[in-house]
Design a protein around this ligand. Structure first.
Ligand code: KG4
Ligand code: ZN
Length: 344
């Protein structure tokens, strides 16, 4: 059994966690920055980096104290090394390197997307490779075939916005504030999903990818017209997103066949309507559906520690001069999608 310290700082959450190779979460600590970014309606990179730097050391100390451990008891230190806002990534990675050097422990440079991609295995010990993964967060929207640790085949990605980004922009348009996903979901509960005609970009398309930019523009027009209630716009937007995700997953299943498990990860996986659609889709195709608990879907350090544990078990550690990466695709061999390259 090994114990891994995980550190996450790639966006607007600072986090530290201690997780064992036996899937025991000994401690997990998280500090959000919502208040700092709220006045700007989105994450401001410089503010994020400064906030990470202020809180990261006390947060790691608090995690160690909660688990009643010190660095000598830890087997390896896993820190997010990208992709993400580079200033924030550097804060976490440099902290991880310093601790690794001081305590003479191996460093594991974790791809944040790999953290999301493997997080369902932390929650579900029965989830074996390979599995089909919908990875939907604020920065990414991809369908991946996860064949093993470090072995990812990207089947689809977004050619413009990510699904979470579309939720955040819809929230901004409707004046709901930041972060938008949970607020749109709550408002949508009281709205009529059929009230506002919105497009389903790329539905039925031969190319496998996602697109959400046109949906966002349609939300802007629907709101400006003044004819629709905000709750109806929210519900109709959410339904359009569900339909797009479903259509593209059906395309992936028809192009590449089924595997035993359908899995969702990333912040958008916290959405109840999306989960319900995925559950149905899985059962229609005789697949098992796995979704991590809500707190493990959005950014956290337990998933980074767990990805570290999986890599450590596979003998994968990294040199102390490993550089932070603003972009870091999980499947470097994937062809560029039309107009993409922006996100990963
Ligand atoms: O994975 P995550 O915490 O951070 C990134 O790596 O991006 O994902 C954050 C994204 C945000 O865009 C947020 O609005 C979205 O996940 N999100 C949701 C919900 N909760 C978070 N989107 C839809 N419904 C939700 N309940
Ligand atoms: Zn994330």
């Amino acid at each position: 059994m090994s114990i891994i310290l995980g550190i996450e700082s790639s966006c607007d959450e600072t986090a530290a966690a201690l997780v064992t190779s036996d899937r025991e979460i000994l401690a997990h600590k998280l500090a959000g920055q919502e208040e700092e970014h709220a006045p700007y309606g989105g994450v401001v990179p410089e503010i994020a980096a400064r906030a990470h730097a202020e809180i990261i050391t006390p947060l790691i100390e608090a995690a160690l104290a909660e688990a009643d451990l010190n660095l000598d008891n830890v087997d390896a230190i896993a820190a997010t090394a990208g992709p993400g806002l580079i200033g924030g990534v550097m804060v976490g990675l440099v902290t991880g390197k310093a601790l690794a050097m001081a305590a003479n422990k191996p460093l594991i440079a974790v791809n944040h997307l790999e953290g999301h991609a493997l997080s369902p295995r932390l929650a579900n010990p029965d989830l074996d490779f390979p599995y089909l993964l919908l990875l939907a967060s604020g920065g990414h929207c991809q369908i991946l075939r996860v064949n093993g640790v470090g072995q990812y085949r990207r089947l689809a990605t977004t050619i413009d916005d990510a699904a979470g980004e579309a939720f955040d922009k819809t929230a901004k348009i409707l004046g709901l504030g930041y972060p938008g996903g949970p607020k749109v979901e709550t408002l949508a509960k009281t709205g009529d999903a059929d009230a506002v005609p919105l497009p389903r970009p790329l539905r039925g398309s031969k190319e496998p990818h996602f697109s959400f930019a046109g949906l966002k523009s349609a939300v802007v027009r629907a709101h400006q017209g003044g004819a629709y209630r905000p709750e109806d716009i929210a519900a109709s937007f959410q339904q359009a997103t569900v339909d797009c995700l479903k259509d593209r997953l059906l395309k992936a299943l028809s192009d590449h066949g089924t595997v035993p498990h359908l899995v969702v990860a990333g912040g958008v996986a916290a959405n109840g309507s999306i989960r319900a659609m995925l559950e149905k889709l899985a059962s229609d195709h005789d697949m098992q559906f796995t979704a991590p608990p809500l707190w493990l879907c959005t950014d956290n350090a337990a998933m980074i520690a767990w990805a570290g544990a999986e890599r450590f078990a596979a003998g994968l550690t990294d040199p102390l001069d490993f550089a932070a990466r603003p972009r870091w695709p999980l499947d470097p061999s994937a062809e560029k999608a039309r107009g993409a390259g922006v996100k990963a």
